[in-house]
Design a protein around this ligand. Structure first.
Ligand SMILES: Cc1ncc(COP(=O)(O)O)c(C=O)c1O
Length: 377
């Protein structure tokens, strides 16, 4: 019996030869590239027997969902016998939020769906998906599944090497830039991004994934939404899963030129974003208090964790996102785990020897810092 899920163990590396695929010809045959893809590994939940368990493994919002979003979700519930009709006008609200037209917006069941649509529509065997190494896992999987070749361009100082990525791009490729990046947390300079947009062939897609944009406090912070005039293939993806706290509902979107997004809109499932998610996301977009509280507390927790690492001599990557990548030493991830705090092994993210710590509530960060101080202080 063929067993695709087992053909690439969780956490394994991709196998470009595809040799791990099944050979049994009596059952259905998935596309050959499937055998080469190492599956995405979700962040682990904390130990079930630890009442103070803290999940710092999936870059979620520890402050909960937007209260306005929840109220809108509850109000939408009685109508779920109907297919979703975008009651809050989510697309229009997103467009207004960014100062663009509704035709510049495509919505998805999470930004991961937008990424999948981009790869389904713009890639095929013979084209390439150009990613940073280490890449964000869904860029890697969606690119490979489309039959494209995955071109990994190593990060320099943990940051995308945009000149080398631009130089690698050929006609018809998709170039994926994650800003800030997951798993490193680093942001790219706006002038470097403009340089990439000026350089890559006009028939490429440049996918700029801004899932963590709101957490950036670099004074040079810029969004690629303001760069739509620089490249016809620019698509910027955003999510309601992080700062808006709606990861479980699945809502995200892409912004680009209408002619670039139209193919995605044509083939997406017509009811791809469910009615609850549409209502909640539209309301959450206006929940300025929740966003401001989340951003302020997350930046503060990030600063405290980074200062602690520096003081204790723990190597870490300075972050612009809601997580920090910290080098393994003397079993600190296991020590957190014994106290019910789960963090993400870098081995699952292309950075073995490191763990990624999501910024939690102030109380959760107090516990993380206390454990690190006990070990290294
Ligand atoms: C860089 C990046 N893009 C996209 C996503 C997924 O977002 P969504 O929940 O909107 O699918 C994540 C989630 O961790 C991410 O890290």
């Amino acid at each position: 019996m063929s067993d695709w899920a087992g053909s690439r163990p969780a956490g394994a590396e991709d196998d470009p030869t595809g040799a791990a695929g099944p050979t049994d010809a009596t059952g259905p045959r998935p596309v050959p590239q499937l055998g080469s893809i190492a599956p995405y590994v979700m962040g682990a939940a904390p130990r079930a027997d630890e009442p103070r368990g803290a999940k710092l493994s999936s870059n979620e919002n520890p402050f909960g969902p937007s209260p306005l979003g929840i109220a809108a979700a509850v109000a939408a519930l009685p109508d779920v016998n109907r297919y979703p009709v975008d009651p809050g006008g989510l697309r229009a609200r997103i467009a207004a939020h960014h100062g663009v037209e509704p035709a510049n917006v495509v919505t998805g069941a999470g930004s991961d769906e937008v990424i999948n649509l981009v790869c389904a529509v713009y890639l095929e065997p013979g084209r390439r998906m150009i990613v940073a190494d280490p890449p964000y896992g869904i860029h890697r999987i969606a690119g490979l599944l489309s039959g494209a070749e995955l071109v990994r361009v190593p990060v320099v100082d943990w940051t995308h090497d945009l000149p080398s990525m631009a130089a690698a791009a050929r006609s018809g490729d998709v170039v994926a830039v994650t800003n800030p990046h997951n798993p490193t947390g680093t942001a790219v300079r706006p002038d470097a991004l403009r340089g990439l947009l000026a350089t890559v062939p006009r028939d490429c897609v440049v996918l700029v994934d801004e899932a963590y944009h709101e957490y950036v406090d670099d004074p040079l912070r810029a969004t690629a939404v303001e760069m739509l005039d620089l490249h016809p293939g620019l698509i910027v993806s955003r999510t309601f899963s992080k700062v808006y706290g709606l990861a479980g509902l699945r809502a995200g979107y892409g912004i680009g030129r209408p002619e670039t997004l139209e193919p995605l809109d044509r083939v997406r499932a017509p009811a791809n974003v469910n009615a609850i998610a549409l209502a909640a996301a539209a309301a959450a977009l206006d929940d300025r208090d929740h966003v401001a509280r989340t951003v302020a507390a997350t930046r503060d927790g990030r600063r405290r964790l980074e200062e602690t690492c520096t003081r204790l001599g723990l190597e870490h990557v300075p972050s612009q996102a809601n997580f920090v990548l910290v080098r393994d030493r003397d079993g600190w991830p296991e020590a957190l785990g014994r106290d019910g705090i789960s963090v993400r092994p870098g081995a699952n993210l292309g950075v073995p020897g490191w763990h990624r710590v999501t910024i939690g509530t102030p109380a959760e960060m107090d516990r993380v810092i206390a454990i690190l101080e006990l070990l290294f202080g």
